[in-house]
Design a protein. Structure first.
Length: 156
């Protein structure tokens, strides 16, 4: 009977010492659970943001080159005049800069507006591989985290 009491008191003391450890393990599991949910939320938001965007010009098209030229003209017009000092190139007058900028803005805006009108009428189909991957990911999100096999768990 005395031996039983000694063993039971040792077990009780061991359980008391293990309780904080178990609580810490639960906190760690909860933290990992919340991190995974947050990463999945960020991933879903990135998907939605990407879906909301629509490229209206091809990268190598003339319209895209026109936009790049407008960008460089804006940089020149709003640029630092000190970069012309001491150089061999002649500094353009302010009127020349503004007239060129106005003309380029008109052309570029007209091009962008016509392309936007065309893009509004188009129906863009999602890549079937991307659509399939998203559907599978949405199905996995219904499962508990430890059964998902989510790529988010391994991503750091």
């Amino acid at each position: 009977n005395a031996q039983f009491l000694r063993l039971s008191s040792e077990l009780f003391q061991g359980a008391v010492k293990a309780a904080p450890l178990k609580a810490a393990m639960n906190d760690l599991a909860n933290k990992r659970h919340m991190e995974t949910l947050n990463k999945e939320k960020v991933l879903r938001r990135a998907w939605n943001e990407h879906d909301a965007q629509k490229q209206i010009f091809e990268r190598n098209s003339d319209a895209m080159q026109q936009l790049s030229a407008l960008n460089s003209t804006l940089e020149e017009a709003c640029g630092d005049p000190a970069r012309y000092k001491g150089a061999d190139c002649k500094e353009p007058t302010r009127r020349q800069q503004l007239v060129g900028l106005r003309n380029q803005l008109r052309e570029t805006l007209a091009t962008v507006e016509t392309r936007l009108e065309v893009a509004k009428g188009e129906k863009e189909d999602m890549d079937p591989v991307v659509a399939d991957a998203r559907e599978k990911a949405k199905e996995r999100m219904k499962l508990p985290i430890h059964l998902r096999g989510s790529a988010v768990l391994n991503c750091t």
